[in-house]
Structures are given as structure tokens and as C-alpha cells.
Design a protein around this ligand. Structure first.
Ligand code: SF4
Ligand code: ZN
Length: 739
């Protein structure tokens, strides 16, 4: 490491540790050492400190202990003449910096000075898990921590778009001479949120620590690494190097070439960079700071500098070795997963379809090879240049596919992807499916030349790109003529009805093969989802049909058929074939799994479950809590705390991570009495699944049970819940004891 960087980094680390010590002392004087400190909605305390030192910082006194470690790590600031041949001291300084920065940021929360306005501050556990699954399934190849600002607003927008188009998550922190990239994007009116992959953490350089404590939690959450000692810390850093493909973009110079002894960036930035290098995250800079090229801790170079602005993203991808698939779709707007969550507001809208404004439907059907002309897009009716700005048009979208290996069963699997494909276009908003889609196209996209033909092109290209194994030809017909949409829409409804009947009837007993999903093993190496017709994957994204289709398309992929084999216990849902598979796929960690039980050898959880089911022994029932619900629950913990305890691929009897659809399955914890055991769930979840829940409860002859299931409006503590269940005479009171 060049002398100048090492000196600056070590000096910066001293600065941070001293500042943290000072602010901590002030806080202790004001509140006493027992005062609680922490970030909102996390089970990981101060996550980076937990990961690096094993200390659970709950109070100011704990923070003091952690800071003591940082102080001990600090190397002396080298003399000018001293040659530092190794990275070692600067890397230690980097770790000390991160510990100090995390305390500095946490103290802001204590003082009520946390990042606000455009700044999002700390990422809570729920968001971490939600975004984590995108890393797991490859929607996100990695993240970029952008530190500083671009020379102009336009260039900042270009950089953001270039990263979004490659589905790279963008974290923003710090500033260059008082300006930050996030402020530049805000000035350009760019929507910044987790949904658009643009996450502004905070304007101080210390806010960069949020990106690293996100990365550290990814290792603990998805990698199942238990923090505690040096060995664990080493594993967490290694995990990040190997699995969390991140890099730092250092943007802009803080000093002129003559100003500060030739040093172009602040000591704080060098110290933070040294911290990031410990994670194996290389630093790519636009200004000519000294490079650190030999390979060591990072997969490739540590610091690459003087990169021209238009080469920043390709260079980072090359240095970090990211595997990026960019869709080359001939449309006039940027395209990528980063645009999926983007909304088009009424004032920004050129035209809309569906919703409550017009008829709309989306259908995907398989056809004979001779019936499909590959790549053809037909528009029947006026295009969007013939509508009055802000108006509505009807929209029928029929995607016809053909392939020698295509099966009718794959139709709904592919059809569900229409949402994602369409909404990845910048300036196109999409919601819903079948006969309930709601689509908006922005004025901006229209001005760039986006037309319905492009809508069709997107679908043709994406289906062939992602499903090339089963789809040889794709053609798309788009109907906007109000006279011509009714007939096809009726036909589509008939197809949906038949499909639902076929799928709804399928039970675990009807098939001799289940499917595995090991997608999450890239994060939770011992986790296996066994997916059956009546129990989908716990992330909610993979049904039995999805897995069957995915296996067909990619026979060596993450979804493998599991022959059930001999039935060991039909009530618990245990089969010899499943046990054998799970033992192998969990690297010998699991002997057996029961598909229908929460108490005996239940399925493991990786981390991306939609809901958690938890046993409440006091009331002889179970509660269900969904990820979106942030409040307290009768088990005495919010979702995030519980999630932290059950993830990582281990069996935790009494707790189960599940997909929402499983709640209304006939096999929902059927070994313990099924849906009758449910005594509590958040109101929002109940409303979301109400139609299915009503149907299921009628099936078992208990239509009144729906009102006996408490929500947070009826009870939050287990005592309140017991009283409520007594009052409504919930059937669990008469059921045999759970435990
Ligand atoms: Fe992960 Fe299971 Fe979902 Fe597969 S089905 S992506 S293993 S949670
Ligand atoms: Zn998962």
C-alpha cells in the first residue's frame, strides 16, 4: 500500500475513533452508561460490531467496550518517511474505522439526529431479507457503494441508470465538497428507494457504514454464520468477499492537486475505503489516487483509480468479476430490474390501461409450432400516439408461445412473469395480472418513442431469453380496439377458470414426485425447501408447478425432482425419499423432515420467508406474522427478532418460515390440527388472504372461525389473547394439548 494512502487511512481512523469516544462520553454524561442504544427494527444490535467483535451492543457501556477494541486496533500514524510494505496496519485501521462509524451513526439515532429527508439511514432487517432474496435468485448481481458526487447532475443520472440497468443495487453516502450523488439525483427528480435500487444512506462519510452493516447482516442472516469470535468475524468477511459482490465507487476529488500535500481525498474516505477492503470490496475511483493493484484480500485489485466516468461501471464489473446479463431489447427506454418498483404518477402519465379505467387482460398460451410466427408483434387498434394525453385505453395482451418441450402446465408460470418483464422498462408501471392489470406509460417514455410495438418486443425477448429451454417461438398480439377486445377477453376468462380448477385439485397424494429448491443455498448453505403441490417454497415465489417447469428448463438447476418413495408417516408428512434427499442436500445436517408439522423435525428456514408461524403454548395455538407487520406480537417479539432466530437453515421446532399461500392449504401444519390452531395474525394479512381463508374455513365447516382469529386490534400480549379466545370460544380451547 502506498505510503500516502496508509498514512491518510490511519490518520482518518484515529479521527473517527476519537470522535466516537468524545460523542460517546457526552452521551454517557447525559444519560448514564445503562442507556439503551441501537438501530430500529433489527435483531443484530449494532450489526457490524456484532459481526466483527461478537459484542451485542445494547447500552452505551457496551458501545464503550466495542470502542475499546477499535482503540486497541489503531496502529500509530506512520512518520512521513516510514515505508509501509504491507496492507496490515491500514486494514486494522479500516476495522477500527467501521466500529467507530457505527457508533457515531447509532448515537445520531439516540440524539434524534438520524438521517432524514431523502436519506434513509439504517436498513432494517425486514428490508434486508426482502432485498437479500434478489441477491439469492440473481436478480441483483451485487451492489455499488457510491461515495461522493459526480461533476454534474446529468452525469450522476447517467451513472445511476448505468448501474440500475445492470440490476446493481446503488448505495449512496458521503459527499464531495458538500455535494452528494443522492442530492444530484434528487435534483433531477429521480425516485430513490429500495424499490428503484437507489438507496441514499446519509450525507456524512460515516453513513457508508450502513452499506457494510447491510453486508455483514447478509452473511449472518443468509449464510447462517453465528457471530461471536475472531474466527466468525473472519468467516463473515470471507463470505462477503465471495458471495456479496460489492464495490465502492469513490467519486470526485475533495482537494485540488496542490492543495493538501497532493492528497486528493479526505482522510475519512481513505479510512472508510480501508474498511471496505477488509470486506473484499474493491475501490474504483475517478480521480488519480494511488492504485493498489496486487491481488490479496479482494478477488482482484484493491484500488483502481483515474477511471473516466463513462468507464466506471464496466471497470467495476471487471474488477469485481460480476456476471451481468444485460438484455439487449430494441426499445427506446432503459431496461432493468431497478425500474421494477418505479411508479408513474398521474401528472407524469401519458396513458393508462386497466385498473378501474378500462378493460384489460393478459394471457399466455402454448400453441403448436405452426401457429406461431416467431418475433411477430401485432397491434390491433390505435397506438398510444392516438390517445389524448392522460387518457385511458383498453388493452388485451396475448402472448402465444411454442416449443417442443413446452407443456400446458407451464402457462401460468410464464404468464406470471409478464408483470416483471413489463415493469422493468423505465417509465412503464405495471400491477396485477389476468383480468386485473393496471398499466401506465409515462410522458417521458412516450417522448423517447416508446410505443405498443415495444411493449410486445419486451415480452418476445424476455420469454426467449429466460425460457429458451422450453420456448422456441413467441408472438404477441396487443388489442386496443374497444370493439375487438370483448371476445378474446371472454376466452381468456374461460382459460383462467379451467386452469384454476386443474391446479386447485392437485394434492400431495396425487403426485409421486416433489421438487427441491436450493436456490437459497448460496446464502444459507444447508437450507433446502421441499416444494409439494400443497406447500410452496417459503419465499412464496416457487410453487410445485414452478419448480417442475424450472427443472424441465434447467435439468441441473436448483430444482430437482424428489421421488417420495416409501411413506414413513402420512400424518407428519414424512417419506423415505424426501429424507434421503434432504440429508444429502443439507450436507448431512438434517436426518429427516416432516412436511406437515411445526413441532417435530419441521422444515428449515433460510431467511426469505413471507410469514413466520410460531407456537403459543399458553393458548394451545399458533400465531402467524407476515414480514410487512412491524409491531409486537403475542410471542413477545416482532417479526424481525424472530426472523433473526430461525433463519440460516436450521430446524427450530415451534417456529416455521412459510409462504403466504400455505396458510390456506389443507396441509398447513395438519399434523397439529391445521388451520384450527391459528389464533392470531395481523389485520393486514387477514384481509389480504380473506377470500381464500373464508373458502378454506367453509371447507372444514368452521366459517365463523375467521372472526375468532384475533388481530392486533383484539390482542397483542399473550394474556390479552387468552382472554379474547375465551370470549369468542375459539376451538383451540377444546383441542388436545399442543405440547
Ligand atoms: Fe429459497 Fe426456498 Fe424460495 Fe427456493 S423456494 S428461493 S430455497 S426460499
Ligand atoms: Zn431463502
Amino acid at each position: 500500500m502506498s505510503r500516502i494512502i496508509a498514512r491518510a487511512a490511519i490518520r482518518g481512523a484515529h479521527g473517527y475513533v476519537e470522535r466516537a469516544e468524545r460523542e460517546l462520553r457526552e452521551a454517557i454524561e447525559a444519560h448514564g452508561p445503562g442507556k439503551a442504544i441501537g438501530f430500529p427494527n433489527t435483531a443484530y444490535y449494532l450489526p457490524l460490531i456484532l459481526a466483527l467483535t461478537g459484542i451485542e451492543v445494547k447500552t452505551l457501556a457496551d458501545a464503550e467496550r466495542a470502542l475499546g477494541i477499535a482503540r486497541d486496533l489503531l496502529p500509530p500514524v506512520p512518520e512521513d518517511r516510514l515505508w509501509l510494505p504491507y496492507l496490515g496496519p491500514a486494514l486494522d485501521a479500516g476495522i477500527a474505522t467501521l466500529i467507530a462509524q457505527e457508533i457515531i451513526e447509532a448515537l445520531k439515532y439516540l440524539r434524534g439526529e438520524e438521517p432524514e429527508g431523502i436519506w434513509l439511514g439504517f436498513t432494517d432487517d425486514a428490508t434486508l431479507r426482502l432485498q437479500g432474496i434478489k441477491l439469492v435468485d440473481g436478480r441483483m448481481p451485487g451492489f455499488a457503494a457510491c461515495v461522493g458526487a459526480m461533476p454534474s447532475v446529468e452525469e450522476a443520472v447517467e451513472l445511476a441508470r448505468a448501474l440500475q440497468e445492470r440490476n446493481i443495487l446503488v448505495f449512496m453516502a458521503s459527499n464531495t465538497r458538500g455535494i452528494s450523488m443522492a442530492e444530484q439525483l434528487a435534483e433531477a427528480g429521480i425516485e430513490m428507494s429500495w424499490d428503484t435500487f437507489l438507496v441514499p444512506y446519509g450525507k456524512d462519510t460515516s453513513a457508508a457504514v450502513y452499506a457494510l452493516n447491510f453486508a455483514a447482516r447478509a452473511a449472518m442472516t443468509f449464510g447462517g454464520i453465528k457471530p461471536g469470535d475472531l474466527e466468525a468475524a473472519r468467516k463473515i468477511l470471507l463470505y462477503n468477499k465471495e458471495r456479496v459482490h460489492a464495490f465502492v465507487l469513490a467519486l470526485g476529488a475533495d482537494y485540488g492537486p496542490e492543495e493538501h500535500d497532493g492528497q486528493l481525498l479526505t482522510d475519512e474516505k481513505y479510512a472508510t475505503a480501508a474498511g471496505a477492503i477488509n470486506f473484499g470490496f474493491p475501490v474504483i475511483a475517478d480521480v488519480p489516487i494511488p492504485q493498489i493493484l496486487p491481488r490479496g484480500i479482494c478477488t482482484y485489485e484493491h484500488v483502481v483509480s483515474g477511471v473516466p466516468h463513462d468507464k466506471l461501471v464496466p471497470k467495476a464489473i471487471e474488477v469485481r468479476g460480476l456476471k451481468i446479463k444485460v438484455s439487449e431489447i430494441p426499445i427506446p427506454v432503459p431496461y432493468g430490474a431497478g425500474f421494477e418498483g418505479e411508479r408513474v404518477r398521474k401528472e407524469q402519465m401519458h396513458v393508462q390501461f386497466g385498473g378501474k379505467y378500462s378493460d384489460a387482460f393478459e394471457l399466455l398460451v402454448g400453441r403448436d409450432m405452426s401457429e406461431v410466427e416467431d418475433g411477430r408483434v401485432t397491434v390491433i387498434g390505435p397506438d398510444i400516439d392516438q390517445v389524448e394525453e392522460g387518457g385511458a385505453m383498453p388493452l388485451g395482451v396475448i402472448v402465444e408461445v411454442a416449443g417442443r418441450r413446452f407443456k400446458e402446465d407451464f402457462e401460468p408460470v410464464l404468464e406470471r412473469r409478464i408483470h416483471e418483464y413489463v415493469s422493468w422498462a423505465n417509465g412503464v408501471f405495471h400491477m396485477g395480472q389476468r383480468t386485473t392489470p393496471w398499466i401506465r406509460i409515462s410522458k417521458d417514455a412516450f417522448k423517447k418513442g416508446f410505443r405498443l410495438k415495444h411493449y410486445g418486443e419486451i415480452l418476445v425477448h424476455k420469454f426467449k431469453e429466460d425460457f429458451g429451454g422450453i420456448v422456441d417461438k413467441v408472438q404477441v398480439t396487443i388489442i386496443t380496439d374497444p370493439e375487438k377486445i370483448a371476445g378474446p377477453m371472454e376466452e381468456a376468462k374461460e382459460i383462467y377458470r379451467k386452469r384454476d380448477e386443474r391446479i386447485a385439485g392437485l394434492t400431495d397424494e396425487d403426485v409421486d414426485t416433489f421438487y427441491s429448491c436450493v436456490l437459497c443455498q448460496s446464502y444459507a448453505p444447508n437450507h433446502v425447501c421441499v416444494v409439494t403441490p400443497e406447500r410452496l417454497g417459503l419465499c412464496g415465489a416457487y410453487t410445485w408447478l414452478d419448480c417442475a417447469a424450472s427443472h424441465e428448463m434447467d435439468p441441473h438447476g436448483p430444482n430437482q425432482p424428489i421421488k417420495k418413495g416409501e411413506t414413513i408417516d402420512p400424518v407428519l408428512g414424512q417419506w423415505r425419499g424426501v429424507n434421503e434427499y434432504v440429508k444429502r442436500a443439507s450436507n448431512g445436517n438434517l436426518e429427516r423432515v416432516n412436511m406437515y408439522s411445526i413441532l417435530q423435525d419441521p422444515q428449515t428456514s433460510c431467511g426469505c420467508f413471507e410469514c413466520i408461524v410460531a407456537v403459543l403454548p399458553e393458548v394451545n395455538g399458533v400465531m402467524i406474522v407476515n414480514r410487512e407487520y412491524l409491531g409486537d406480537t403475542p410471542v413477545g417479539m416482532p417479526f424481525s427478532t424472530m426472523a433473526g432466530q430461525i433463519g440460516g437453515g436450521v430446524q427450530t421446532p415451534g417456529f416455521l418460515g412459510i409462504g403466504k399461500l400455505y396458510i390456506t392449504s389443507a396441509k398447513f401444519i395438519s399434523a397439529e390440527g391445521g388451520i384450527r390452531r391459528v389464533v392470531w395474525m395481523p389485520r393486514e394479512l387477514k384481509e389480504e388472504i380473506r377470500p381464500r381463508l373464508e373458502r378454506r374455513l367453509s371447507e372444514i365447516g368452521e366459517p365463523d372461525l375467521i372472526d375468532k382469529i384475533a388481530t392486533e386490534d383484539d390482542a397483542v400480549t399473550v394474556e390479552e389473547l387468552a382472554a379474547y379466545l375465551e370470549k369468542v370460544k375459539h376451538p383451540v380451547l377444546a383441542m388436545e394439548p399442543l405440547i
